[in-house]
Design a protein around this ligand. Structure first.
Ligand code: NI
Length: 202
């Protein structure tokens, strides 16, 4: 009993030390999003891949496609980012009124300089955002994104990031329209986004 309590305490302390763990579980976070239990989206204050400060207010008047992930993600993130890039290509000039945004959940490794090498691989207009652990945590909380640092080796630097991978579509006022599940095709995104782009800003 004591040993189990001790192990539990260590686990809790490790999570606290990691600094990126959230109070809500993955299931709870997903429920909030899937059943629209709480508002999704909101203010963020982050830094783009050129080192410039960026906030959600910079994108008023444009639709926003927001995706959270990390550059060391082996498959899910690159697949979804590739689909986002393809959707932009398919939208052609209409995509000028759509800002795709990639927000890292691994700000320790994903510096602005690192994002500058990563985001252009998917689309020249893809904006990469990073920031302090606190700023990233606040953005993830606003968008109901679950993420947790998971060690995979002996070194402190050996870790992966478990995270929910929804693609959020925001309107010209920064309000939440809905999400695409991970693995959504570019064609499906275009089908939903194109009519939204036809609605002018108020
Ligand atoms: Ni990922």
């Amino acid at each position: 009993m004591m040993r189990r309590a001790g192990a539990w305490l260590c686990a809790m302390l490790a999570l606290a030390c990691a600094g990126t763990a959230q109070a809500r579980s993955a299931a709870e976070t997903m429920d909030i999003l899937m059943w629209n239990r709480e508002p999704v989206g909101g203010a963020f204050e982050l830094i783009d891949q050129t080192g410039k400060a960026r906030s959600d207010r910079d994108f008023r008047g444009q639709l926003m496609l927001v995706y959270f992930g990390f550059t060391y993600c082996p498959d899910v993130c690159p697949t979804d980012l590739m689909a986002i890039g393809q959707a932009l290509e398919q939208l052609g000039p209409d995509a000028d009124a759509l800002q795709p945004v990639f927000i890292t959940l691994d700000p320790e490794r994903d510096t602005a300089g690192h994002l500058a090498e990563y985001v252009p691989m998917f689309h020249p207009r893809l904006l990469g955002l990073t920031g302090s652990l606190e700023a990233i945590g606040a953005a993830a909380e606003a968008y109901k994104v679950y993420f947790a640092k998971v060690p995979i080796g002996k070194d402190a630097g050996d870790y992966t990031v478990d995270h929910t991978s929804f693609i959020y579509l925001m309107d010209r006022d920064g309000k939440y329209l809905g999400f695409f599940p991970p693995g959504t095709s570019a064609e499906r995104m275009v089908e939903i986004i194109r009519p939204r782009l036809a609605v002018p800003s108020r």
